[in-house]
Design a protein around this ligand. Structure first.
Ligand code: ADP
Ligand code: MG
Length: 236
């Protein structure tokens, strides 16, 4: 495939009257891991939601595998192979691990998603907890489940919002290994992160947002040189 996995240009978005994205440009190639950095309120979650058509309204261009999606409803966008793991994770407390896992429908025409067996191999603690209700899972297990769930659908472009947030260091390390495994399997990953130490070694490229705009874009090779700028923008 020659088209980029994701190509956003001149994206603007609103929640009702409130104008939150003011011209976002971002390109992600197939197989890349890209991290979207920014302070709280910079517009990172809104960018992810806008990609899926979940903001109030949006304008500009968002191409997924070369297909323009700006006028598409959310379910059609998802069927292009987009998996979204929202900040709030969305694990149903009353359902078991396995029921949560089976909840999102497998996307048609996307090729094979991961089988439940493959998922349990990748997340052995979920296999152990397969019959436990969502409420009984730790924060880390819930986060693993939220990521695992989108892998089953066959989505190949993963939008992961603050997956390391609030988790113990040992869980954050496990999530880092998960990202590396998914990268090796050829997934395309866009991660929103507040946790710079988690994101820095994983990403091929970085974008930084401020006030609903992209203010920096650079590759992993340029990271050292960009540290003073990041320090100023993010306090890292
Ligand atoms: N549902 C909403 N309605 C109105 N404004 C919102 C809504 N969600 C977020 N915003 C505003 O959009 C801006 C960007 O927020 P967000 O995308 O959540 O930032 P980030 O994820 O980078 O912390 C903030 O000013 C925030 O207050
Ligand atoms: Mg956010």
């Amino acid at each position: 495939m020659s088209a980029a996995a994701l190509e956003i240009s001149g994206l603007q978005a609103w929640y009702g009257e409130s104008h939150v994205l003011h011209g976002v440009d971002m390109t992600v190639q197939h197989g890349e891991v890209v991290t979207l950095l920014g302070r709280n309120g910079a517009g990172r979650t809104s960018t992810m939601r806008a990609i899926l058509g979940l903001t109030g309204s949006r304008k500009g261009s968002i191409r997924i595998n070369g297909v323009e999606t700006i006028h598409m409803p959310t379910h059609r966008i998802a069927h292009l192979g987009v998996g979204y793991c929202p900040e709030e994770r969305g694990i149903f407390a009353s359902l078991s691990t396995e029921e949560n896992l089976m909840l999102p429908p497998v996307l048609k025409g996307m090729g094979q998603g991961m089988s439940v067996a493959e998922i349990y191999e990748m997340f052995p603690n979920l296999a152990e907890r397969r019959a436990s209700p969502g409420t009984r899972l730790s924060g880390g297990e819930q986060q693993m489940l939220a990521v695992a769930r989108i892998l089953r659908t066959g989505a190949k472009l993963l939008l992961l919002d603050e997956i390391s947030e609030g988790l113990a260091p040992v869980i954050v390390q496990a999530l880092a290994r998960t990202i590396q495994t998914l990268r090796a399997k050829g997934y395309t990953i866009v991660m929103v992160e507040q946790n710079f130490r988690f994101a820095a070694p994983l990403a091929d490229r970085f974008y930084v947002m401020e006030h609903g705009r992209m203010v920096e874009a650079f590759s992993a090779k340029e990271l050292d040189a960009k540290m003073p700028v990041l320090n100023e923008l993010l306090g890292v």
